[in-house]
Design a protein around this ligand. Structure first.
Ligand SMILES: *Cc1c(COP(=O)(O)O)cnc(C)c1O
Length: 487
């Protein structure tokens, strides 16, 4: 444990503070170089400078009081209107800017719950039905707001199945949710068909376009086949879309758009008995920082439609090069559908171990997003990746060769952990391990988190201790099941 940090006795010179901040970045992921996917959306240095300046102009402004900061309220209203237009919303469309996709989703779920409380008060345990590829922000919202999230299996192309969703709807269902596209594979759920299910059951439909909201409209304009997913589908009642993803805004900006006020009015929270005065808030947070809002507004203005189209063209080319390259590597295959600029790949049956390849890629300096069920690697491809697409494919090929030559690499800690996760009963163990890891990271006195991967730490140790035993037990359970089935 390091000594506890404290506020310096005497204030330091601004330059010294800024120098130290700049130096602190040294171990961070190098997102400018294109070796990071999904965490940062980089539209070039000039755009980055613009975001920083816009952010700085409003760094201290606070939209908690829109009368005191009419500038920010104007930016929020204009962003909402631009977004409503982009998503073909009716004139009645309304919305808010939030701090991120998770906050947009938290607001949507809370609002649907409040709406149901008002309109269908006999429902004691409200439920939302969604495909199992829905983002964990929905699990989080369901967890915090006492809503059950019923997850339904998807088809082989990772798309929601409208028939299965319809069968899952019950008397407690208050809304449906699906993604355009879902994050892991970039596959677009069949929103029109799901809309029919929603209409048949008199249910609202939330479309999570957190990653797709500022990507699909441009793909469509460029002539790519994009199934209808926005307010042109009559059953769609709300859409979450992140400005800080393909909107290339600064971090901390997302949108939640409603078809009309009959929904959004349930999003406003009002407290009247606070000694500090009447308090009203449209989103989850209280103080609403001006920086992200100004940077998002600046991004939309500075890019314009032509800018976003150019960024999208580059992202498509990068994604296609990576797809073609992966397909040409023996033993590897693409996952999901090539609907968007998100690429996901895995290994074919009998191919080399996917998670071992992922480890070897990481060793080559790539930041790798692993997916599961099925095992895969996810890439949110942006314009910034065009320059590295060929390097990436080359490194994947080398990593795959390495694992083919030495299959024991599959037993390295991270690969082993993800491999084990595929087996359901191990997940409880992993959950506990990951929680312990965070308790350690947030323990008193700790400053720099242990840079080693979770698998090298608590999870790895637990798996080392129990993994072999669990494997044997699971084998036995499998055999028993087969025997019972035969009878
Ligand atoms: C990123 C993402 C979210 C969550 O957004 P955050 O900004 O990370 O909170 C939700 N849904 C999808 C499909 C996403 O890609």
């Amino acid at each position: 444990m390091s000594a506890r940090a404290r506020i310096p006795d005497r204030g330091r010179a601004a330059d010294a503070v800024l120098d130290e901040l700049a130096a602190m970045k040294q171990p961070d992921a190098d997102w400018r170089g294109g070796r990071v996917f999904s965490l940062v959306y980089h539209a070039g240095e000039a755009h980055e400078q613009l975001l920083q300046r816009a952010y700085a102009l409003y760094a201290s402004a606070n939209l908690l009081n829109p009368m005191a900061f009419q500038s920010l309220r104007r930016m929020e209203a204009e962003i909402t209107q631009m977004v409503a237009g982009l998503f073909h919303g009716p004139d009645s469309a309304v919305g808010a800017v939030t701090s991120g996709g998770t906050e947009s989703i938290l607001c949507a779920i809370a609002t649907y719950r409040e709406h149901a409380r008002a309109k269908r008060p006999w429902i004691r345990r409200p439920q939302i039905v969604a495909p199992r590829t829905i983002h964990p922000a929905f699990d989080k919202a369901a967890h915090w707001f006492g809503v059950e999230l019923k997850k339904v299996d998807v088809d082989d192309e990772q798309r929601a199945r409208p028939d299965a969703i319809a069968r899952a709807v019950g008397r407690r269902t208050i809304a449906l949710a699906a993604s355009a596209p879902q994050y892991p594979h970039g596959t677009i759920d069949p929103i029109e068909e799901l809309g029919e299910v929603a209409t048949r059951h008199g249910l609202p439909l939330h479309v999570d376009a957190c990653v797709g909201g500022f990507m699909l409209p441009w793909l469509e304009r460029l002539g790519r086949p994009v199934p209808r997913w926005d307010f042109r589908v009559p059953a769609v009642t709300s859409i979450s879309a992140d400005l800080h993803k393909y909107g290339y805004a600064g971090k901390g900006a997302s949108t939640l758009t409603w078809r009309d006020m009959s929904w959004m009015r349930h999003q406003f929270f009002v407290a009247t008995d606070f000694p500090g005065g009447i308090y009203v808030s449209p989103t989850m947070i209280g103080t609403r920082p001006g920086g992200p809002l100004a940077a998002a507004w600046a991004a939309l203005q500075a890019q314009g439609e032509d800018g976003y189209l150019a960024l999208t063209r580059a992202a498509i080319e990068a994604a296609e090069r990576i797809r073609a390259g992966i397909t040409a590597i023996p033993g590897l295959q693409l996952l999901g559908r090539p609907d968007t600029t998100i690429v996901a790949w895995g290994t074919a049956p009998g191919g080399p171990d996917l998670y071992a390849i992922a480890d070897r890629l990481e060793a080559r300096g790539w930041s790798v997003d692993r997916t599961q069920h099925p095992a895969g690697v996810h890439l949110t491809v942006t314009a910034n990746h065009l320059a590295i697409a060929d390097d990436y494919v080359r490194d994947v090929r080398e990593a795959a060769d390495e694992v083919r030559a030495d299959p024991s690499l599959a037993r390295a800690p991270t690969a082993a952990m993800y491999g084990m996760m595929a087996k359901l009963p191990v997940r409880g163990l992993v959950k506990r391990g990951v929680r312990q890891l965070f308790e350690k990271m947030y323990a008193p006195g700790v400053v720099v988190p242990d840079a080693t991967a979770p698998a090298d730490d608590a999870v790895g140790r637990m798996l080392d201790k129990h993994g072999a035993k669990l494997d044997a037990v699971l084998d036995q359970v499998g055999k028993l099941r087969t025997r019972l089935k035969r009878r």
